[in-house]
Ligand binder design. Structure first.
Ligand code: NOJ
Length: 707
């Protein structure tokens, strides 16, 4: 390969629909780069016919005929839009993520896509940050489990298979720590927090075989991730032995200049390649300056070859050298009944019953009349932030109103929008109130439009937008029974209206089968078994508020001054991590340990301690409970979180049924990474409190001593 051809493999250009800083390349520019062997990959082009046409140019008209790699953001579905990743995490069932990934991979690969920019492995404590929608929330353990499941679902066992795509664990690293929740903002992070909080899901992605990793837009301790040799090379490639490739984020290499880290584009190219970026998305600094930098000895020829080898290796693994084309006769053109069924089951499994007084839910299908009110009651815009635009245009979500009508065919079902999703117009509230008065029960569907979450969609106020709260309050004043269904992409501050609402169902952005899945849960066809993967703050001023905060010297005590709290609010969230109700009730027994003490030596050698608890359905309906295990290291050489999730299992139990849930704790679960930049994992002797229950506020505990 000539130097030009090598640099070409490192270049990725945008093929279609997306715009952003750095701009789109014209069709001509992409084609001529492919022809000249100056292009390795294309993002955002899909469709068997159009990708084949471009591929033919690369394979048949370029000197070496190296196939292109087609990448696309297939985040929670290609044609069949699944619930947003945050919702999926709420299922506490990694099988949900795996199914989404399998369906996505099949639909995407059939449409010429080889590679998805997912899963997002970023842990975040920032509900203002729009990308919380694309995350699994605030917990590294839960995020790791879901990330691994997604990678397995996308990639399967053989990437040559025509229903699999390569995964990309993103964004490396600590992107979720953006200060103030503003996208792309600074992240300053200690080594211990980096390794204990942000890195574990990436490690899990790589252990599951993730083919690629994407660098993040933020700085990490002052050094932008795209130029961060410590993160990209020392940790990822050397300590972890990652042999896949690192792709930049959109224009991320050139943005090293804006970061004030590189003087000009040439310096950006040099710094990024040297730090460990292998492929440049959209900006073209390496292609433009690489030859000169190499000639002048400012980039290393070995590093360039290494980057090229990493990229070519994936092309071989995907089988592109043998079969570079998509089968135009086999292209999947949309969701089919089986994938819709999967999306519907997944969406229902993700819903979290936040509150349910006086048995308001489930609704009876025999009810005489139902009013559906609210701006999302008759909306097809419930797909979520990363729906593929072509899918959104062709396959909007099933409307709640239609689904309620189908679920309760004998009922008189009326609809009044009441208010818009945003803005201050309250004139429609009167009609909504009249509808509520005339109905046996009212379903108020409120929330955030998907465009208010996702990338570059930070919000400073995370309450319901517009005057939607006024609508809820007005319906409450009728004194008639009602339920609130929330559709949103982030934790919301649920505010004063919560007290007046007898029942609240968190449905998130449920995807293409939204209405059906919501109706399945409202009418009790599906028991709500989801649990919160993020804390819901009482007020924005509490942020960051998360269950796994570190111990302080003056832990909060209600009413006691000089403890770590606020004068005007308790420091705990409105709804805690792990919270969620069911239509039945459960009793979780006290945790039992297989042994009360264990030598650290034995744990290091692979030994484990079993923690078990029985869970009994004490109610009258079959239902789901999520049994959760939390660990607290009582004293350690650095302050450790007050508790950390170390196990969970979602069980379905018939009324009266009992099951014993078992978890195993090993060195990995009890130790932690220190602040040593070289990466030191330590398991310290001493006491550990182990909590088992149905949320992060569980109180039943046992003590384990590590000797
Ligand atoms: C920018 C986003 O940060 C990233 O997640 C995405 O994969 C790329 N754009 C490509 O669209």
């Amino acid at each position: 390969m000539t130097v030009e051809e090598k640099l070409g493999q490192l270049q990725q250009l945008a093929g279609a629909w997306e715009t952003g800083p750095g701009g789109n390349s014209t069709k001509n520019a992409v084609e001529s780069a492919a022809r000249a062997g100056r292009l390795g990959s294309v993002l955002s082009a899909f469709g068997a016919r159009s990708t084949n046409a471009l591929q033919r140019i690369a394979v048949e008209e370029s000197r070496l005929g190296i196939p292109l790699l087609f990448g696309l953001d297939v985040i929670h579905g290609f044609w069949t839009t699944f619930p947003i990743p945050l919702a999926q995490a709420a299922s506490f069932d990694p099988g949900v993520a795996r199914t989404d990934a399998e369906v996505s991979a099949q639909e995407a690969r059939a449409n010429g896509v080889h590679w998805t920019f997912a899963p997002m492995a970023d842990v975040t404590r920032e509900p203002r940050w729009g990308r919380v929608a694309e995350s699994c929330g605030e917990d590294p353990y839960l995020t790791a489990e879901f990330t691994a499941a997604k990678v397995a679902g996308y990639q399967g066992r053989d990437l040559r298979a025509k229903d699999r795509v390569a995964a990309c664990a993103k964004h490396f690293v600590a992107y979720g720590g953006a200060e103030g929740g503003r996208d792309y903002n600074t992240v300053d992070v200690s080594e211990a927090r980096l390794r204990n909080l942000y890195l574990p899901p990436f490690r899990a992605a790589l252990d599951a075989g993730a083919a690629t990793v994407m660098a993040s837009f933020n700085t990490v301790g002052g050094v932008p991730a795209h130029g961060n040799a410590h993160a990209l090379t020392e940790i990822l490639k050397h300590q972890w032995g990652f042999d896949g490739f690192v792709v930049s984020d959109w224009n991320g290499v050139r943005e090293l200049v804006a970061h004030g880290f590189a003087e000009d584009d040439a310096a950006a190219a040099r710094l990024a390649l040297t730090a460990g970026v292998d492929m440049e998305m959209v900006s073209t600094t390496l292609r433009e300056h690489g030859e000169r930098l190499l000639r002048e000895g400012r980039i290393d020829a070995g590093r360039l070859d290494d980057a090229v080898a990493r990229i070519l290796r994936l092309k071989f693994t995907l089988g592109l050298f043998d079969d570079p084309y998509a089968d135009e006769g086999a292209a999947v053109a949309g969701p089919v009944p089986a994938t819709r069924r999967a999306a519907r089951a997944a969406a229902a499994r993700c819903m979290v019953l936040l509150k349910n007084e006086r048995g308001t839910l489930p609704l009876r299908t025999s009810v005489g009349s139902i009013a559906v009110v609210g701006p999302f009651g008759d909306s097809g815009d419930l797909l979520g932030t990363w729906a593929v635009p072509a899918a959104a245009a062709k396959y909007p979500s099933v409307r709640v109103l239609d689904a309620v009508r189908r679920a309760a065919p004998g009922a008189r079902v009326t609809y009044a929008r009441g208010v818009a999703t945003e803005g201050g117009d309250t004139r429609g509230i009167r009609a909504a109130v009249a509808a509520a008065r005339a109905a046996d029960v009212t379903v108020v569907v409120v929330g955030e439009p998907p465009a208010l979450s996702g990338e570059a969609a930070a919000r400073a106020d995370i309450g319901l937008p517009g005057v939607q709260e006024r609508l809820i309050e007005a319906v409450a004043r009728t004194g008639r029974p009602f339920v609130v269904v929330l559709v949103n992409g982030r934790p919301l501050t649920v505010g004063g209206w919560l007290d007046s609402a007898p029942a609240v169902l968190e449905a998130w952005h449920p995807g293409v089968e939204a209405g059906n899945a919501i109706a399945d849960v409202l009418f009790g066809k599906v028991d709500p078994g989801g649990r919160l993967p993020v804390s819901f703050p009482r007020a924005v001023g509490q942020i960051p508020v998360h269950y796994n905060h570190e111990s302080t010297g003056r832990p909060y005590a209600a009413g006691v001054k000089y403890t770590s709290g606020y004068l005007d609010l308790p420091p705990d969230p409105q709804f805690a991590f792990g919270h969620g109700l069911s239509y039945t009730t459960f009793r979780i027994g006290a945790p039992r340990l297989s042994r009360a003490s264990v030598p650290a030596r034995a744990l290091h050698a692979g030994d484990t301690v079993e923690v078990s608890a029985t869970v009994t359905n004490t109610g009258a309906h079959a239902g789901d409970e999520v049994v959760q295990l939390y660990v607290h290291d009582v004293a350690a050489s650095i302050a450790r979180p007050v508790r950390e999730l170390r196990g969970f299992e979602r069980v379905t139990l018939a009324p009266g049924a009992t099951r014993t849930v078992r978890f195993r704790l090993g060195a990995r679960d009890l130790g932690f990474w220190t602040n040593d930049p070289g990466g030191v994992f330590r398991l310290e002797e001493g006491a550990f409190d182990l909590y088992v229950g149905n949320s992060s506020t569980a109180t039943a505990k046992r003590r384990l001593t590590v000797t």
